[in-house]
Design a protein around this ligand. Structure first.
Ligand SMILES: C[S@@+](CC[C@H](N)C(=O)[O-])C[C@H]1O[C@@H](n2cnc3c(N)ncnc32)[C@H](O)[C@@H]1O
Length: 356
């Protein structure tokens, strides 16, 4: 999986323990799927998973890691071997992301470019194409020269960027007995109105940092559209136009209220951080109108950039961060008996709702 701000890797056992309290497995909707690791975990627990994220690279990851089932592995392995053997070929991508900016070494950039061109030429079906693109994205992520976001790159090549790029075989899961997974690329409100589920998991952005701006190279890698770019970071110009209401301090309350109204799932689980634009009292008063509310909290290490320090666009370290931990909340809405033992063993605490 790629390095990703707000990735819920450490929260997955807790989410699985909460969902484990639902008497019958069914459809699990992840409305803001990002890396798709939550959906992957729920598929491995036997749920039929429906994923959504409005960025194209996230839709590709969802198709690759969750929609594609393990019965396709046999046809994927020889293609990955073929792609890994291709010599590099420099072009627009290498010029933009390895010379004008420095996210990858030119050697690795040229290999990314040759493999990406070959995927286009092979013209595989949509699901297989997503698997190949996701494996390429993840191979590129393993040799990048950033602190985990594409707002900037390091001044000196990172150690890992000097390693040769190598695609891996994906870890695919067998199809859920409840049905094939689905991936959608919709704005969250539209997805909430259209997609039905038994459990909906919501992990919206919680501050001003736009995902498309932090991961613009992945968007370009999957779209392969040679976009107009700007600034030292060579961001796509459409990063300026794509604005999420969930990234807006004045907008998030209304966006969350509307989302609760649009979403019909009987059980809703919302991830949010104490550093987010919606403080706990505001989140609770918004949610408790929609059913029985339970609140869990867990102390969590902050994102990798915070632990490494603050860097200038040149990659130079220019400051320290004030703290390296934050509190993650899980707000659970609906009639669900959450088993304390399973959760406390994963570091979660039960919080008394503030209105109690
Ligand atoms: C906190 S991240 C989700 C991380 C994910 N749970 C994981 O573990 O990787 C939030 C995601 O919401 C997506 N997003 C932001 N605004 C959106 C919107 N209005 N509609 C749909 N997706 C949105 C972003 O692309 C991002 O991937």
């Amino acid at each position: 999986m790629i390095k990703y701000l707000g990735s819920k890797r450490l929260l997955i056992p807790g989410i699985q323990a909460v969902v484990g309290g639902v008497p019958e497995k069914g459809r699990f909707l992840d409305l803001f799927s990002g890396t798709s690791r939550v959906g992957h975990a729920m598929k491995s627990s036997g749920w039929q998973v429906i994923l959504n994220d409005w960025n194209r690279y996230a839709w590709v990851l969802a198709n690759a890691h969750v929609v594609c089932d393990s019965d396709r592995l046999g046809e994927i392995e020889p293609i990955i071997d073929h792609l890994n053997a291709l010599p590099g070929k420099e072009g627009w991508f290498t010029e933009t992301y390895c010379r004008k900016s420095r996210y990858f070494t030119p050697d690795n950039g040229a290999r990314i470019e040759a493999i990406r061109e070959e995927i286009e030429k092979l013209d595989p079906d949509e699901e297989l194409k997503c698997v190949l693109l996701a494996e390429l994205m993840e191979a590129a992520d393993r040799v990048d020269s950033t602190v985990g976001v594409q707002m900037a790159y390091l001044k000196e090549w990172s150690k890992r960027s000097l390693q040769p790029l190598r695609m891996r075989t994906p870890q695919l899961l067998p199809k859920s007995p409840l049905g094939k997974a689905q991936a959608h690329c919709l704005e969250a409100q539209e997805a909430a109105s259209k997609l039905e589920a038994d459990v909906a998991y919501l992990d919206p952005p919680y501050n001003q940092h736009k995902y498309i701006g932090n991961y613009h190279v992945w968007e370009t890698l999957v779209l392969w559209d040679e976009p107009e770019v700007y600034g030292v970071a060579c961001k796509r110009t459409d990063c300026r136009e794509k604005r999420s209401d969930f990234n807006s301090k004045p907008g998030i309350h209304q966006a969350m209220t509307q989302l609760m109204e649009n979403l019909s799932a009987p059980i809703k689980i919302i991830s949010f951080s104490d550093e987010g634009y919606l403080p706990r009292p505001e989140m609770e008063s918004l949610l408790e109108k929609h059913g029985n509310l339970q609140v869990l909290s867990r102390i969590h290490p902050r994102y990798v950039g915070a632990r490494i320090g603050i860097h200038a666009p040149s990659g130079e370290k220019v400051g320290k961060v004030s703290h390296v931990k934050n509190t993650e909340y899980l707000y659970i809405l609906g009639d669900l008996k959450v088993e304390a033992e399973d959760l406390t063993s994963h570091g979660w605490l039960f919080e008394e709702p503030l209105s109690a």
